[in-house]
Design a protein around this ligand. Structure first.
Ligand SMILES: Nc1ncnc2c1ncn2[C@@H]1O[C@H](COP(=O)(O)OP(=O)(O)OP(=O)(O)O)[C@@H](O)[C@H]1O
Ligand SMILES: [Mg+2]
Ligand SMILES: [Zn+2]
Length: 282
């Protein structure tokens, strides 16, 4: 609906000492914020995720992760590192990442952007054209330039040379330009290089070492919120957490990682994705 004072232009006419000028209309901030929120591409499922509606329970590492996330949002843009949220399914990693993203967009007017890593790669692949690179750059430019980027579900993509190169390019460019990124992943930061479910193995050694340089690692486990009965609360989450017992990744992730790494038939993928100007470091 168009604003009565400015007709939707964001500028309204005023007269000061007989001089006619325009000034920002009150509606402008609100419109601008709504546009920034829409531009951030947060999936509707997570539209209401907030740090204030995140249920807390006696889980030291979860509490610490939430505190660190709050601190990051409060201090943004004066933050030196991004965040890497690591944990099993349903513990609220995406919720926390989105909550921080929304907060900096709404309170700081930051340009935020959310992408599930698989979706992003699928879009880049689909726009790939070996002759004209403009389409993929249309996708990549905002990803590189966003004040805060959330890359959700890192490592879920089938590993391949192209995937590694592409994610490295994005991450390196942002790192070089000191733009923070929040990652979420199911893959644990374990030291065992032979473990196919180790984050290091899953995302490749180069990206892994970059992640450590550019992010604070927040690793936690907890109850799977998706298993929570309706009207369930903190106590039920604690029970679910205890039932989950020893932290472990789902067998599904483990099996698929093995199958994928052994699969020699790599899908056809674009090669040599380059960022114009060669800004991306290695
Ligand atoms: N502690 C919590 N309080 C309130 N809502 C929660 C909490 N934890 C998770 N949720 C909600 O549960 C759903 C699943 O959480 P989310 O998607 O963030 O989990 P995740 O850790 O990212 O899981 P996955 O590894 O499968 O991606 C979301 O709708 C989220 O808002
Ligand atoms: Mg998630
Ligand atoms: Zn107006």
């Amino acid at each position: 609906m168009s604003c009565a004072s400015c007709g939707g232009t964001g500028w309204r006419p005023v007269e000061l000492d007989g001089v006619r000028r325009v000034e920002r209309c009150e509606c402008w901030e609100g419109t601008r914020t709504s546009k920034l929120v829409a531009d951030a591409r947060v999936p509707p499922r997570y539209a209401r995720c907030d740090l204030d509606n995140f249920i807390l329970y006696q889980n030291e590492r979860l509490l610490s992760a939430v505190n660190r996330a709050k601190k990051f949002a409060d201090e943004f843009p004066a933050v030196s590192k991004g965040l890497c949220l690591i944990g099993p399914p349903g513990v609220g990693k995406t919720h926390i990442a989105v909550a921080v993203l929304r907060k900096v967009v709404v309170t700081q007017g930051a340009r935020g952007l959310f992408y599930d890593v698989r979706d992003l790669l699928r879009i880049i692949r689909s726009t790939y054209n070996p002759v004209v690179r403009t389409a993929e750059m249309d996708i990549l430019r905002p990803v590189m330039d966003a004040d805060l980027l959330v890359l959700d579900d890192l490592g879920a993509e089938k590993p391949s040379e192209w995937v590694e190169e592409t994610v490295n390019l994005i991450v390196n460019t942002r790192y070089n330009e000191r733009r923070p990124t929040i990652f979420t992943t199911n893959y644990e930061d374990v030291p065992d290089d032979a473990d196919l479910d180790a984050l290091k193995v899953r995302v490749g050694f180069r990206l892994y070492s970059r992640l450590h340089e550019m992010c604070e690692f927040l690793e936690y486990d907890g109850g799977d919120y998706r298993m929570l009965p309706a009207n369930g609360g903190a106590d039920d989450l604690t029970t679910l957490w205890k039932k989950r017992g020893q932290r472990s990744l789902p067998a599904r992730a483990y099996r698929s990682a093995r199958a994928e790494i052994r699969d020699p038939a790599e899908r056809r993928e674009p090669r040599d994705l380059k960022w114009p100007g060669g800004k991306a470091g290695r």
